[in-house]
Design a protein around this ligand. Structure first.
Ligand SMILES: Cc1cc2nc3c(=O)[nH]c(=O)nc-3n(C[C@H](O)[C@H](O)[C@H](O)COP(=O)(O)OP(=O)(O)OC[C@H]3O[C@@H](n4cnc5c(N)ncnc54)[C@H](O)[C@@H]3O)c2cc1C
Length: 316
C-alpha cells in the first residue's frame, strides 16, 4: 500500500551532488530522505576509471566511488530510497513529491540533484566503445589520450572548448562538424582556428566508430559527407562526442526558473532556486564545469543553505 512520509529535507538524485548533500544534511541532524532515481550513483556509475576525484592516489572505478559515497551517506544517517520522483508540487507547503511506487513525500525543504545526461550520436558502435575510447567529457578523459590523435564531434561552444582543451594534451585533434560553420562564440572560434593541432572536418557526420575487440579500443571513425555521401575514415584513438547535454528538469517545468536550455537557475555562489526552500546542485544547474568534484561541492552548499533556511523557518 502506498505510504506518505513527512520529512524536513528530501533530496532527489544519487550522484555526487545528491550524496554529498545527504552527508552534510545528515551530519547537521536533518535526517534527510534521498530518492536515488533510475540511475543509483548517477553518471559515474556508468564509467570506468576516475582519476581526478581527490583522495584516491590510484584510479578508482566510478561505480565503486559512488558505492562509497552511498555508504558514507547511510553511515551519517541519511535514508536512501530506491525510487523515482514522478511529480512534484512546489507551490504547496510542505512541498509534495509523488514517487513511481505510489509513495508520497512531504518535505519542508527540497534539494534537487537530478543531474544531466550527455547527448549521444545514437550509434551501436558508440555504445560499444563508450568508456573504451568514446567519451563525452574531455576534462574527465582527455588525460588518457596524451600524445594521441582524437576526434571531437560537434560545432557549439562545448565542442570547441573540448577541442581546445584536448589540443594541449593530444598530438592532433579533428573537429568533425556536420555543417560548414561553427555555432560557437566568435572568440572561441578564433582561438580554435589559431591552433595548428586542430583540423576542422566540415560537412561530415560520424557513421561508425571503428575499433578492435581484444583489447576493446577505438582505432578510427568512418565519416560520411552530408552533401555528396562520400565516405572517409580518420585514424583516431579517442572520440569525444560534444553535441550537448540534457538536464533532468522536466519535473520542475513551470515551477522553477530555468534558462533556455532547461538548466535550473541559481544565483552565483548559491544553490537557492526561484522557490524559497528549494535548492539545486550539481549538473542540473551547472553547464560550465560538469565535474564530480564541483557537483559534490555544490551538494555541500545546498545542504548548508537548506539547513540555514530550515533554521530560519523555525522547522528545526
Ligand atoms: C561517462 C562519464 C564519465 C565521467 N567521468 C568523470 C570523471 O572522470 N571525473 C569527473 O569529475 N566527472 C566525470 N564525469 C562527469 C560527472 O559524472 C558529473 O559531473 C557528475 O556525476 C554530476 O553529478 P550530479 O550529482 O550533479 O548528477 P548525476 O551524476 O547526473 O546524477 C543524477 C542523479 O539524479 C537521479 N535522478 C534523475 N531524475 C530523477 C528523478 N526524477 N527522481 C529521483 N532521482 C532522479 C539519477 O538517478 C542520478 O542518480 C563523467 C561523466 C560521464 C557521463
Amino acid at each position: 500500500m502506498a505510504a506518505e512520509r513527512r520529512v524536513r529535507l528530501a533530496i532527489l538524485g544519487s550522484g555526487p551532488a545528491g550524496y554529498t548533500a545527504a552527508i552534510y544534511a545528515a551530519r547537521a541532524g536533518l535526517a534527510p530522505l534521498l530518492v536515488q532515481g533510475l540511475q543509483p550513483g548517477g553518471q559515474l556509475a556508468i564509467t570506468t576509471e576516475v582519476e581526478n576525484f581527490p583522495g584516491f592516489p590510484e584510479p578508482i572505478l566510478g561505480p565503486e566511488l559512488m558505492e562509497r559515497m552511498a555508504a558514507q551517506a547511510r553511515r551519517c544517517g541519511a535514508e536512501l530510497v530506491a525510487d523515482v520522483a514522478v511529480a512534484v508540487a512546489l507551490h504547496e507547503r510542505p512541498f509534495r513529491i509523488l514517487l513511481d511506487s505510489g509513495d508520497r513525500i512531504l518535505c519542508d525543504a527540497l534539494i534537487i540533484a537530478t543531474g544531466a545526461q550527455a547527448r549521444w550520436l545514437g550509434l551501436e558502435s558508440e555504445t560499444r566503445f563508450r568508456g573504451f575510447g568514446v567519451s563525452s567529457c574531455a576534462t574527465c578523459d582527455g588525460f588518457f589520450f596524451r600524445g594521441r590523435t582524437v576526434a571531437v564531434v560537434g560545432g557549439g561552444n562545448t565542442a570547441v572548448e573540448e577541442a581546445l582543451y584536448l589540443s594541449r594534451l593530444c598530438a592532433k585533434v579533428y573537429l568533425v562538424h556536420r555543417r560548414d560553420a561553427l555555432r560557437a562564440e566568435k572568440v572561441l572560434q578564433e582561438r580554435l582556428f589559431a591552433e595548428p593541432k586542430i583540423e576542422p572536418v566540415w560537412n561530415h557526420v560520424v557513421e561508425e566508430i571503428l575499433g578492435s575487440e581484444e583489447p576493446r579500443a577505438v582505432t578510427g571513425v568512418r565519416l560520411r559527407h552530408v552533401h555528396t555521401g562520400a565516405r572517409r575514415e580518420l585514424a583516431v584513438e579517442g572520440v569525444f562526442v560534444a553535441i550537448g547535454h540534457d538536464p533532468a528538469t522536466a519535473l520542475f517545468k513551470n515551477q522553477l526558473d530555468m534558462d533556455a536550455e532547461g538548466y535550473i537557475v541559481t544565483p552565483p555562489g548559491s544553490t537557492q532556486t526561484s522557490v524559497p526552500g528549494v535548492f539545486a546542485c550539481g549538473d542540473v544547474q551547472d553547464k560550465r564545469f560538469r565535474q564530480a568534484v564541483t557537483a559534490a561541492g555544490s551538494g555541500c552548499m545546498a545542504a548548508l543553505e537548506a539547513d540555514r533556511w530550515l533554521a530560519e523557518l523555525g522547522a528545526t
